[in-house]
Design a protein around this ligand. Sequence first.
Ligand code: XUL
Ligand code: CO
Length: 401
Amino acid sequence: MKEQLRMAVCYWHNFCWNGFDPFSHSGTLQRPWFDIADPMQAAKAKADAAFEFMSKLGLPYYCFHDRDVAPEGLTPKDSANNLKAMVDVLGQKQADTGIELLWGTANAFSHRRFMSGASTNPNPEIFSLAALQVREAMNATKALGGYNYVLWGGREGYETLLNTDLRKENAQYGRFLNMVVEHKYKIGLPGHILIEPKPREPSKHQYDFDVATVYGFLVQWGLEKEVKVNIEANHATLAGHSFEHEIATANSLGLFGSIDMNRGDMQCGWDTDQFPNNIPETAVAMYYILQGGGYSFGGTNFDAKARRQSLDAEDMFHAHIGGIDVCARGLLIAEQLIKEDKWGDFVEQRYAGWKNPYYQEVLAGKHSLDSVAERTLAANQDVMPSSGRQEYLENLINQAC
Ligand code: XUL
Ligand code: CO
């Protein structure tokens, strides 16, 4: 079961406060690399701290944004070279510790050039800068033996419709994503291209609103068999869904890839990225992940950070250990629920009528609305509903916890 969790820690949230914070909710943990004037030396010191921390936790994987591991340079070429230099550093760290790269991604949302979008920018030269940055980040991921590549479109959306051409931006995004998929095959990345849905923040409206919206976009651009989703718990909350709703939707559409594990705040509606601490909720999410067949190349990435007033390195350990334990407990409970099979069996029984050969024919398109209506008229029998047993099912979960 332990292998099923495929735990990773995200550089972005734990080691990334490199002078900016787009979400204005970062903590103030002591960060020794802050005092180092040379940005590349600071990046190396940050890598030392990150790998020491992840090793102490015994984590098998990590994830990164390009600009979190390597500073932006004065020119696009400098930025690309900085990342290449850090790939060597990170490669050595991986070899020394045995920690592997779950996924890489590009931060194409913090720099002011992306304020009107990356691939969806009205200016095609900014589209091209995003293409360069993503190509470099994909190549870095490949060079480090990474499994997957994530795209989160923080600025792929709009602030006001008044200045926005939705049709044009959609076509740009569709072409960009196809280019990314083509490049994946060119360099031979083993895992998935993963889109991470989120409805808003920093853009007022983001195109990758939720899993179902992403699916529609993928179908439009012929990519529904090529791209999967990285589902973040707090992003589901922001979209007005539960985490398990997003996981189950991805399962039903064949899109499930990976998760960003965290929790939001049910009262304030921000992307607070807190560590998970609710065991029954996590168990339900894990249940759907297992039910869908588990991870293939994906994993459980902590896109979470300790709170602003949790100042000490010790707090980082409390946060991660607590989060990992909640996921582990959730996974074991989910395993037990699947073994007991009362829940699965109930759902199966609820739909059992559809196994009837006649209804199999209906689903296969062998009957028209007329023929179904005539058969029903001939039988002339009303049907009573049966109980959905919601409370019984809710109790099953709590009993397993
Ligand atoms: C932002 C977020 C990102 C993505 C990767 O809300 O979740 O860190 O996980 O860009
Ligand atoms: Co995330």
